[in-house]
Ligand binder design. Structure first.
Ligand SMILES: NC(=O)c1ccc[n+]([C@@H]2O[C@H](COP(=O)([O-])OP(=O)(O)OC[C@H]3O[C@@H](n4cnc5c(N)ncnc54)[C@H](OP(=O)(O)O)[C@@H]3O)[C@@H](O)[C@H]2O)c1
Length: 269
């Protein structure tokens, strides 16, 4: 039986909410942020303590949110598509109130993205590969990693690959008639349940550092999305050639620490 911890989760959306469920299920005391009443009700149903927090404007409750907490998980998204050039400034402004409330004993877990490596990265990409973010979101996320590492005594950065799972079916990522560019490139995806398990794993072990979180198999986009659309009875997307030398995100480091994903085989054979 794991020792009971008090864990705060900032951001309870598509990834944060099942994380609340999983951690509460394991018997941890879970505090969770919300911005909407419907989210508050869901959190209460899951047995979590809801805190109204909307950063940076509504940051007052952060102090009690984090008081005597063992771990804080930050899952706020960078919003690069919406905010474009403003994404990094806006994201760092949202995180800024944390600077006053982080304590040395707190284990901070940040859900970053493998987007930080950039689209030009090729071959096997490990945590030692230099980041080269080339989207507004990836630039904001890398800036957040650096901002947090300057302020958190115990930090785990989980660089998540493309997320899929309930409500985010890869079969619908590319609708019929849409073009999949660089269709010979490998896919780098991770299932919601495995991302949740990775977060729970680093909280349980206390492992700090930076880790890639990605399924072990990397079929080409052509094979993966082609098979999925075929299975869904849809017309295949349009594939354009290229990308065979694209990046393969390597998550050996986290596996070596004991993370065991359940959705590793994406070959669809
Ligand atoms: N999608 C991917 O493929 C992918 C890949 C790699 C990494 N990631 C990372 O995975 C993490 C989780 O993503 P997700 O899909 O769960 O995002 P999501 O569904 O958009 O959930 C984000 C949560 O954060 C809350 N939130 C947003 N801005 C906030 C603010 N300023 N103050 C307080 N709360 C705020 C949202 O509240 P509301 O519900 O009220 O909006 C929501 O509960 C993010 O860190 C993202 O960067 C995602």
């Amino acid at each position: 039986m794991e020792p009971r911890k008090t864990i705060a989760i900032l951001g309870t959306g598509w990834l944060g909410m099942p994380l609340v469920r999983a951690l509460a299920h394991r018997g941890h005391a879970v505090r969770a942020s919300y911005r909407r009443e419907a989210t508050r009700a869901q959190l209460l149903d899951l047995g979590a303590d809801p805190y109204p927090i909307d950063l940076p404007a509504l940051s007052g409750p952060l102090e009690v949110f984090l008081r005597d907490c063992d771990a804080l998980v930050v899952t706020l998204p960078p919003g690069g598509r919406r905010l474009r050039e403003e994404a990094t400034t806006t994201y760092l402004a949202a995180l800024a109130p944390l600077a006053d409330v982080l304590t040395d004993g707190l284990h901070l877990v940040y859900t970053s993205s493998t987007g930080v490596y950039g689209r030009a990265a090729g071959g096997r990409v490990t945590e030692a590969t230099p980041p080269a973010p080339d989207t507004h979101s990836a630039q904001a996320v890398l800036a957040a990693e650096r901002w947090l590492s300057d302020r958190a005594a115990r930090l785990t950065v989980l660089r998540l690959a493309g997320l899929f799972g309930p409500g985010r079916d890869p079969a619908s990522f590319f609708a019929s008639g849409r073009t999949v560019a660089q269709a010979d490139a490998p896919v780098n995806l991770v299932h919601q349940a495995d991302a949740v398990a990775a977060i729970a794993h680093v909280i349980g072990t206390g492992a700090t550092g930076t880790f890639n979180v990605c399924a072990a198999t990397h079929p080409t986009k052509r094979a993966f999305y082609g098979t999925l659309s075929q299975r869904a009875g849809r017309e295949a997307p349009i594939f354009t050639a290229g990308g065979a030398a694209g990046k393969l995100v390597d998550s050996t480091a986290l596996r070596t620490l004991g993370w065991v994903p359940r959705h590793d085989d994406l070959t669809l054979t």
